[in-house]
Design a protein around this ligand. Structure first.
Ligand code: FAD
Ligand code: PYC
Length: 418
């Protein structure tokens, strides 16, 4: 064990805002070279480093993070976990992650508070009902749980839900994935970071990658950073929201756009909300955290941006929808709101793949839905980097699918309107 800190110091540091454990990460001075580098210290990048060390014996690894670990989308999302996607490629990919979630706390010896409390996706019109049924049948065929609830059954599952006929968008039913749920986002970053560190991985914060160096054959050989040049012939980029910027450093163009996505939390209250409810049609999703806050998310802003904030009217629109669906929450006060930057592909499916540049790999394009994928994305990126070839589960999620027209169109399953 080489771990430089205990779980308690991580937890207390995070909760109290003390910088103690972060100082210790920063103390990890980059070495001249590594067997593998990961650009981006979000959950995906940290998980990839952990699995490289744990499952592939590649331990001379560094994670380079321009800010602090988990400070990107990993620490900004609403933690919805589910695998009820339409196409076989997608539901297999996301279900791989759900299976890893089920034992992740034991795997990392760190409580990530995975809570399979059920994700209920509401239907408000005939189109929604048909799309939901199609997903349910497709999921059933792929061995992924998903079931139809009538309005009365939905109300029984989630008592605060208003199923009255006076609603502008009445609840006509919903698709319930019982294995879906939530987890604690910062614990996921810390759990992977601590476990990777214990296996010898260097986690280097305040280290922004500003360039990618290539040899005469075009292969990557190093990254340029604000802390100097760091050599490696195996580099995985997992820099959600900024993937195009980093890949462009090696001349690789990605079909991605970056959008703000916002969320907010209420004042904490006693347990009142038993599950996760999502409504794509009226742009709201809601759950309750273990601290008691209602966790509420909106749709993406309409414009591209790298600012980690969004327009207020988008959140207000979401709150109107929440108040209509859950009238009991009308008088609650909101504590804080924030935004993240998500990178979105034309087919709303991710890219986890080799790039045309030898030694360079990318994990991106998870859009509004990559938190749920964290263990799976890290696992598959590590596999792809270790074998210089994709795992069967991410074989379809290439960059070339956009050239070849082999899209995996999950716009409806994304569940958050883009
Ligand atoms: P991040 O955590 O963003 O990590 C990428 C890291 O790369 C960042 O820390 C960044 O600082 C770093 N980086 C960038 N450029 C560089 C560079 N040049 N050098 C070094 N480091 C760099 N998904 C769900 O499944 N369920 C949800 O409920 C959900 N809700 C969401 C709600 C909101 C408001 C937002 C914003 C997102 C939501 N998502 C959700 C999406 C999810 O958060 C992301 O898909 C996921 O967290 C991506 O994880 P990551 O580790 O790839 O990215
Ligand atoms: O992908 O389930 C999801 C999601 C919920 C909120 C944002 N994304």
């Amino acid at each position: 064990m080489r771990s430089r800190f205990s779980g308690w110091s991580l937890l207390l540091g995070g909760l109290t805002g003390q910088r103690g454990w972060r100082e210790q990460w920063r103390a990890a001075t980059p070495k001249k070279g590594y067997d593998a580098l990961i650009v981006g210290g979000g959950g995906h990048g940290l998980a990839a480093a952990y699995y490289l060390a744990k499952e592939h014996g590649i331990r001379n690894v560094a994670v380079l993070e321009k800010g602090w670990i988990g400070g990107g989308n990993t620490g900004r999302n609403t933690t919805v976990i589910r695998s009820n996607y339409l196409f076989s490629e997608s539901s297999s990919l996301y279900d791989h992650a759900v299976k890893l979630w089920e034992t992740l706390s034991q795997e990392l010896n760190y409580n990530v508070m995975y809570s399979p409390r059920g994700v209920l996706m509401l239907a408000h019109n005939v189109h929604d009902c048909q799309v939901s049924q199609r997903h349910i049948h497709a999921n059933y065929a792929n061995g992924v749980d998903n079931e139809w609830l009538t309005p009365a059954q939905a109300k029984a599952y989630c008592p605060p839900l208003n199923i009255g006929s006076e609603l502008r968008y009445p609840v006509l039913g919903g698709a319930l994935q019982r294995r879906g749920g939530t987890a604690r986002h910062d614990a996921v970053a810390w759990g992977y970071a601590r476990a990777a560190d214990a296996l010898g991985v260097d986690i280097i914060e305040n280290c922004e990658v500003t360039g990618l160096k290539r040899d005469a054959n075009g292969a990557v050989v190093a990254v340029e950073t604000n802390r100097g040049v760091i050599e490696s012939r195996r580099i995985g980029v997992s820099a959600a929201g900024h993937s195009t910027v980093v890949l462009q450093m090696a001349g690789v163009r990605l079909p991605l756009e970056s959008f703000p996505l916002q969320a907010l939390v209420s004042e904490p209250v006693k347990p009142i909300f038993p599950c996760v409810v999502m409504s794509n049609t009226i742009h709201a999703y809601i759950s309750q955290s273990d601290k008691g806050e209602l966790v509420i998310g909106a749709s993406t802003d309409a414009y591209t941006s790298y600012t980690q904030r969004g327009a207020l009217h988008v959140s207000l629109h979401t709150l109107e929808a929440v108040c209509e669906l859950f009238p009991a929450f009308r008088r609650m006060r909101m504590l804080r709101n924030w935004g993240g930057i998500v990178d979105v592909t034309p087919d709303r499916s991710p890219i986890v793949a080799k790039t045309p540049v030898p030694g360079l790999y990318v994990n991106c394009g998870w859009g509004t839905g990559g938190f749920k994928a964290t263990p799976g994305a890290g696992h598959l990126l590590a596999w792809t980097m270790a074998h210089d070839a994709p795992h069967p589960l991410n074989a379809a999620f290439t960059i070339e699918r956009f050239r070849d027209g082999l899209l995996i169109d999950e716009a409806a399953a994304a569940a958050v309107s883009h």
